[in-house]
Design a binder for this molecule. Structure first.
Ligand code: AMP
Ligand code: ZN
Length: 480
């Protein structure tokens, strides 16, 4: 695009609870850190909403012309079953339950997470592991121990009274955040948190290291301060995470950053938080045994990009309720988009000069610049895809520019790719097509009994026959 995007990018900063212009620390660059998963289990689709949001932010920054560095850390040590300092280490607990080493557990679930990132068309990022930064965490701990920490039997604790304005991000003190912290004997304040957790006497952990405060493991909050500084510098531009992190994890990161830098600087210019994906029972959680994974959606016959589109339909700061009907509607919307874009797909891209396209691109730019207004951006993408009597090359270029931001692969995906065979289907595509052909012949011969029998055969195999479907599909997997 030669037309420079016109609207200045504004993002909602949780720290000030207001929209702020994006002004990079390093001119021309954008450095983003997204709190990554704890790899003791599969990710649920709520977690994946956090990364679709982070990716949409990253894509928008790239589209605005910034050179992007984006990190998602992998928490493979230190995260306790409570977000604060109580309970077991999630990794060690999973390892014991599955009879594997904590390192194997981490490698397995990291690989699964990366598969889901790719399925959702989340662009490549750096995925550094916390265990690779333990030495740096110990050094960081040493730099703040004297002025900001105290030792208890359990390890080294951060004294939150030693930094200005603790909890400004969460605005807690009165908030629900504190109710999630379990008390630890000897802590000076409920909000104080572990920098280092000593292995209890007589026990050995699979993951433990020597430190000035005894053999043990780092506290969970420390890794993000250390890794973001190591990989992105101090301060960097944008720190993201789910809204739960606004209450405990990020205030603790900020406290560590202030202590380490001997300044009131929070460490990131903008802190952004996505709201939750919920289901009818409330927030999704992994602790409840069965939970919704991207793989389950695929097994039921939904293309993963339908889930990406479902996320984009809501603003990232709004709660989003998951339902199978909602996912089905998102899949239909994606099919329509892919079909509408198809005629422009093979055209040689040409600079959009047509007034209508130029206007749509400007509106798209304004929507994304307004704190990533993806619901509006999607409708503009649809309007562009639906345009008739327009130069195909110009249309191709406009769609490509928008899709680079929304990541739906509109110009590369084929209609047939969106038809995912559910795991329970007992019949292959060739057989479906052959049965449909026989049914067509039966109908042509007015043998409706035979035609109905063939339809029933397909229904029994998990295939819905779609006569007269407005999108022109002959069949689809019957969901659920
Ligand atoms: P965790 O592995 O629990 O540290 O979570 C990884 C990321 O997913 C964090 O940014 C969380 O804030 C985010 N997250 C957790 N649950 C949800 C949910 N239901 N909806 C959206 N984001 C979530
Ligand atoms: Zn983090």
């Amino acid at each position: 695009m030669t037309d420079a995007p016109a609207s200045p990018l504004k993002l909602f900063n949780s720290l000030t609870r207001s929209l702020e212009p994006f002004e990079p620390v390093h001119p021309g660059e954008a450095r983003v850190y997204s709190c990554g998963p704890t790899v003791y289990n599969y990710q649920h689709i709520g977690n994946m909403r956090a990364y679709v949001f982070g990716d949409t932010l990253g894509r928008t920054l790239s589209y605005k012309g910034y050179k992007l560095t984006h990190v998602i850390n992998i928490t493979d040590v230190g995260h306790l079953t409570s977000d604060a300092d109580a309970g077991d280490d999630k990794m060690e607990k999973a390892a014991a339950a599955q009879g594997k080493s904590a390192w194997d557990i981490a490698a397995f679930y990291q690989a699964d997470f990366e598969t889901d990132l790719a399925r959702l068309n989340i662009r490549d990022k750096q995925h550094p592991r916390a265990t690779e930064y333990v030495e740096a965490m110990i050094q960081w701990g040493k730099s703040i121990a004297d002025k900001h920490c105290y030792e208890l039997d359990g390890g080294l604790y951060f004294d939150t009274a030693t930094v200005p304005d603790y909890g400004r991000l969460a605005r807690h003190g009165t908030d629900e955040g504190e109710s999630r912290i379990d008390p630890v004997d000897g802590k000076r304040a409920l909000a104080d948190f572990a920098i280092w957790r000593k292995t209890p006497a007589g026990e050995t952990r699979q993951m433990e290291w020597d430190s000035p405060w005894g053999r043990g493991a780092p506290g969970w909050h420390l890794e993000c301060s250390v890794m973001s500084e190591a990989l992105l510098g101090f301060p960097f531009d944008i720190h993201t995470g789910g809204i739960d992190h606004r209450e405990i994890h990020h205030p603790n990161e900020i406290a560590q950053n202030q202590a380490h830098s001997c300044s009131p600087d929070s460490g990131a210019r903008i802190w952004m938080h996505n709201n939750f994906l919920v289901d009818r029972s409330g927030k999704m959680s992994k602790s409840s045994g069965e939970f919704l994974r991207l793989q389950l959606l695929i097994d039921k016959g939904y293309h993963p990009l339908a889930y990406r589109l479902m996320c984009l339909q809501a603003h990232y700061r709004s709660e989003l309720e998951f339902s199978w009907d909602g996912l089905g509607a998102a899949l239909t919307r994606l099919k329509r988009l892919v079909m509408a874009a198809a005629p422009a797909r093979d055209a040689e891209p040409a600079e959009p000069t047509d007034r209508r396209l130029v206007d749509l691109l400007a509106k798209f730019d304004a929507a994304m610049s307004d704190d990533l207004n993806t619901p509006v951006a999607l409708t503009l993408l649809e309007e562009t895809a639906a345009m008739k009597k327009i130069d195909a090359g110009q249309k191709h270029a406009a769609l490509a520019a928008m899709d680079a931001v929304l990541g739906l692969n509109l110009l590369t995906i084929a209609r047939a790719d969106l038809r995912v065979r559910p795991k329970t289907a007992t019949i292959g595509e060739d057989e479906i097509e052959a049965t449909l052909a026989r049914r067509k012949d039966a109908r042509a011969a007015k043998d409706f009994a035979a035609s109905d029998a063939l339809r029933d055969e397909l229904v029994a195999a998990g295939v819905e026959v779609m006569d007269g479907d407005p999108l022109g599909w002959d069949w689809q997997p019957s969901a659920n």
